[in-house]
Ligand binder design. Structure first.
Ligand code: NAP
Length: 287
């Protein structure tokens, strides 16, 4: 990694944001934000805030009193945080989760940045994506899949199909979106026929877990295959798609881009997602 300048010494006016979760040790967010703080030579800090279940309200209410600019919210608090912020964005409501909070005039503003993070990751790694009206197929119906579907719905006119092991969870999501349909995971390959985009937004493909490896023969020749899993970065699904000559998008783009609005809102600098940051975070993933 290229060495970045050391951060300025804390002056007593250090701007602080943090990551509220339980546990928080595994998260890559401190690595991303600390990199940008050093890069832009800010008098700022991003700190892990391990908050046990049952203590979220106390922790969030303390942020203004402690002078925090805000925080990220991660597992298991993203849903509960919705009820604790003073104001929630429309997107956070659609996704059903708050992952970023800004403190403004003593009030807590809740946002969800996964939606734009996913779309920015697609734009970066597959610039021509979404130019056709072909079907988009999303695998998974958890919190991440909701963000993916919300992002796709805002960008695409064509049909979105959600394929999930538990059909009722996919059915629950499609109620909130136009031109969306739910199917069980067994119907996945049939839905890929002529589709222009396949996104894995499930946990399938994560290191040491079961993989997702459907026959991709039916996908359109110019289809894009995206996987939001980032450990490993190259999943079995992406390997198969590459072998077929399809454009692929890995999960790191979403992870890095979702961090941008938080950093900008807390510290006043819009940070860049570039190769240097990617390498820096990849070095952690490889450990
Ligand atoms: P979640 O809410 O726990 O949802 C998990 C999803 O995976 C569900 O749809 C579940 O199906 C499905 N699933 C799990 N095990 C399965 C199996 N054995 N067979 C078939 N389906 C299975 O998780 P999440 O928060 O949405 O996260 C999903 C993935 O996205 C994770 O790998 C996470 O790391 C990744 N993610 C990446 C980013 C990024 O920035 N790149 C951001 C957020 C999340 P059921 O409904 O049937 O249980």
């Amino acid at each position: 990694m290229t060495e970045v300048a050391p951060t300025r010494a804390s002056s007593g006016a250090t701007q602080v944001a943090g990551l509220v979760g339980w546990p928080v040790g595994h998260s890559l967010s401190p690595r991303i934000h600390s990199f940008w703080i050093r890069k832009y030579r800010l008098d700022a800090a991003y700190v892990p805030l391990p908050v046990q279940p049952g203590h979220l309200a106390t922790a969030l209410r303390a942020l203004p009193a402690l002078g925090f600019r805000g925080c990220n919210v991660t597992v298991p608090h993203k849903v509960e945080a919705r009820a604790l912020v003073d104001e929630e964005s429309t997107l956070a409501g659609v996704v059903g989760a708050v992952n970023t909070i800004f403190v403004r005039d003593g009030r807590l503003l809740g946002r969800n940045t996964d939606v734009d993070g996913f779309i920015e990751g697609l734009r970066e790694q597959a610039p021509g994506w979404g130019q056709s009206d072909r079907r988009a197929v999303v695998v998974g119906a958890g919190g991440a899949a909701r963000a993916v579907v919300a992002g796709l719905r805002a960008e695409l006119d064509g049909e979105i199909v959600i394929a999930n092991r538990t059909l009722t969870k996919a059915e629950d999501i499609v109620q909130h979106f136009d031109n969306a349909r739910a199917v069980g995971l067994r119907a996945l390959e049939a839905e890929l026929d002529g589709a222009g985009l396949l996104v894995n937004a499930s946990t399938l493909g994560m290191t040491d877990g079961p993989t997702l490896n459907p026959d991709l023969a039916g996908l359109a020749a110019d289809a894009v295959v995206a996987d939001i899993v980032y450990a490993p970065l190259e999943t079995e699904l992406l390997r198969t798609a590459s072998r077929r000559g399809l454009a692929t998008v890995d999960g790191l783009g979403m992870l890095l881009h979702q961090a941008v609005p938080g950093f900008e809102g807390w510290f006043g600098v819009r940070p860049k997602v570039d190769q240097e940051l990617r390498k820096h975070v990849l070095a952690t993933l490889a450990r």
